[in-house]
Every structure is written in structure tokens, then in C-alpha cells.
Design a binder for this molecule. Structure first.
Ligand SMILES: [Zn+2]
Length: 63
């Protein structure tokens, strides 16, 4: 028995977003090499907007 629809099968396999090493959010695109949250790989500055209420460094922990 399957839960959901058969199109759930498309969700298996390669993942695109992996944890970003600059902002720590799981928004780094592994194939495009660009972070959707902080702009890592696209810009040297941190991608930040005042309309975005999620801070980009939220999930980072100490090494
Ligand atoms: Zn990032």
C-alpha cells in the first residue's frame, strides 16, 4: 500500500538542496552551486532582504 500518489516516486533520488556551509540552511543547490538563502556561490555579500524574516545565520552552530 502506498501513501500519497504515485508521483511521490519523483521525490526519491538526488537531492538538490544540501546544508549550506556559509549560512547553514538547507538551501545550497548541489548542482547549481548556489545557495538560495544567503546567495553563497552567487554573491560575495550575504543575500539579505528586509521582507525576509528568516535570518540567514539562524541554524549555524559552533564548530
Ligand atoms: Zn547559504
Amino acid at each position: 500500500m502506498t501513501k500519497g500518489t504515485p508521483s511521490f516516486g519523483e521525490k526519491s533520488g538526488k537531492k538538490n538542496h544540501i546544508p549550506c556551509r556559509r549560512c547553514g540552511r538547507r538551501a545550497y543547490h548541489a548542482r547549481k552551486h548556489v545557495c538560495a538563502a544567503c546567495g553563497f556561490g552567487r554573491t560575495a555579500k550575504i543575500r539579505k532582504y528586509k521582507w525576509a524574516n528568516k535570518p540567514v545565520n539562524r541554524k549555524r552552530r559552533l564548530k
